[in-house]
Design a protein around this ligand. Structure first.
Ligand SMILES: *Cc1c(COP(=O)(O)O)cnc(C)c1O
Length: 464
């Protein structure tokens, strides 16, 4: 498989090179040059198989011709061996016609583990093969940091520096990061906000000397391999509910548009899906786009589903590429307009194309809380605020087909919001119980790029 850039000004590359490069050199996002297709016979063959096996079949065409092809099934098996549930991503019925796909049984209790557990292994393998090392730097407002740390811990070819805003992540989230006793993991608490952390990261990557000397790399969701690793669970859930004979609808709590784009990829591969519902919180740039055709930035309003508090959705460009008929010139024009004037509108035909697959709904804070309470009352099940946004959107749009809501985080990750809505405090799963006893490792630093660079340099010098 070859990979192309959405902006059309980069040469095609193979999977192994794509894996280690974040954005394409022309500023675009990588996409497969063509969509592999899975026919009905192949789907029948996948149905009912263990998740790791199904995932290996779905992902195989994306790595053909690369060094990752041969060890991929073993990496997948090992990655999903870290999940607590034997089904890896179990499907639970919530109501008549409504299912919850539980994606939160990985090490850090959020769906990001599904992709990052595999990505850490793919990175380590490829770096080992090349005899090079990577310094992963990332910034987190909560969820991504711990998932990235669990993915990178104890990997021989990776050092990871994860920045978080001091005092601005929850205690559970902080301890999930700082109690990891792996020598290659380095937590940094920045005196500042999440935006300050992101600005520092941008400055690090912007310093070409520093970036090249220390082989900086990123694990953010623009990496195609992350999206790829999320495609199989759409197949798994749809097949369990009767696909390809029966169509299902998926409702996806969305922020950066990575997860729901994986659903779109499954559709492009041939999975019969009735609709993909994009569910957003009050940060509704995506919901506004799908109803009006206008994509316009707004300020971020902090919510009780913080992993969806975004201003622009970094993966949206991948869909836009198809909406404009894969015309890179038109796409570059729209992205330039977004940079210059904070938004753009697509043409009626392009919006209609989006409407063939997608619906969208924005859910405010009050409805999110009410949904957590209602689901608890009806089914005894505690759901987290991100998942609740999905359930609320699914109920509002009430499609005729069976609906699968993606459960993106475990309720115990957001105990305060869940307790406020239900009066019940979700228990921390046993695998996390130790985080309140184990010692924390974290370096506090001023919000200053020179100080940060000095710290990274010194830390790397002391490592083997
Ligand atoms: C990251 C995240 C999301 C949003 O996923 P995207 O791929 O960014 O759309 C939703 N819920 C939770 C719990 C998350 O961590």
């Amino acid at each position: 498989m070859r990979y192309i850039s959405t902006r059309g000004e980069t040469a095609q590359i193979g999977f192994d090179d794509m894996l280690l490069s974040g954005l394409a050199p022309d500023g675009g996002l990588y996409l497969p040059a063509s969509w592999p297709s899975v026919d009905a016979a192949a789907m029948d063959d996948m149905a009912g198989r263990p998740y790791a096996e199904l995932a290996a079949s779905v992902m195989a065409p994306y790595v053909t011709g690369s060094a990752a092809a041969e060890p991929l099934p073993a990496h997948i098996k090992s990655a999903y061996g870290t999940f607590e549930h034997p089904a890896v991503v179990p499907l639970r019925q919530l109501d008549a016609g409504l299912w919850l796909l539980e994606l939160f049984h990985g090490p850090t209790l959020a769906f990001k583990d599904v992709a990052l557990q595999l990505l850490g292994r793919l990175f380590d393998f490829e770096l080992g093969r090349r005899g090079t090392r990577l310094t992963v730097v990332g910034a987190t407002s909560g969820d991504t940091g711990s998932a990235a740390i669990e993915a990178c811990r104890d990997r021989a070819a990776i050092e990871a520096f994860i920045l978080h805003p001091e005092g601005r992540v929850s205690e559970v989230q902080r301890r999930q990061m700082t109690t990891v006793a792996a020598a290659n993991i380095h937590n940094i608490a920045i005196e500042g906000t999440f935006d300050d952390c992101q600005a520092l990261l941008k400055a690090l990557f912007g310093d070409r000397d520093f970036r090249q000397t220390h082989h900086l790399g990123a694990v953010n969701s623009i990496n195609w391999a992350r999206v790829m690793a999320q495609i199989p669970y759409y197949f798994q859930a749809a097949l369990a509910l009767g696909a390809p004979q029966r169509r299902v609808t998926f409702c996806v709590p969305s922020g950066n548009f990575g997860d729901v784009f994986a659903g779109y990829a499954a559709v492009r591969m041939g999975l019969p899906v009735e609709r993909l519902i994009v569910a957003t919180n009050q940060n509704d740039i995506l919901a506004r786009f799908f109803t009006s055709g206008e994509y316009r930035k707004d300020r971020v309003r902090p919510s009780i589903s913080p992993s969806m508090d975004i201003q622009v959705a970094s993966n949206f460009e991948r869909l836009l590429f198809d909406l404009v008929g894969q015309d890179p010139d038109r796409l570059r024009g729209l992205m330039a307009t977004l940079d210059q004037s904070g938004g753009f509108a697509v043409e009626a035909g392009e919006l209609a194309r989006a409407g063939e697959n997608f619906s969208a709904a924005a859910v405010d804070e009050e409805e999110t809380r009410a949904t957590i309470a209602a689901v608890h009352q009806e089914s005894g099940q505690l759901i987290d605020p991100h998942t609740a946004v999905g359930v609320a959107a699914a109920r509002r749009l009430a499609p005729a087909a069976p609906v699968v809501v993606l459960g993106t985080a475990h309720a115990a990750k957001f105990p305060d919001a869940v307790e406020a809505a239900t009066g019940m405090r979700p228990a921390l799963p046993p695998r996390l119980a130790g985080i309140f006893e184990r010692p924390e490792r974290c370096t506090p630093l001023r919000n200053d790029v020179r100080t940060l660079q000095e710290h990274i340099r010194e830390t790397l010098e002391q490592r083997p």
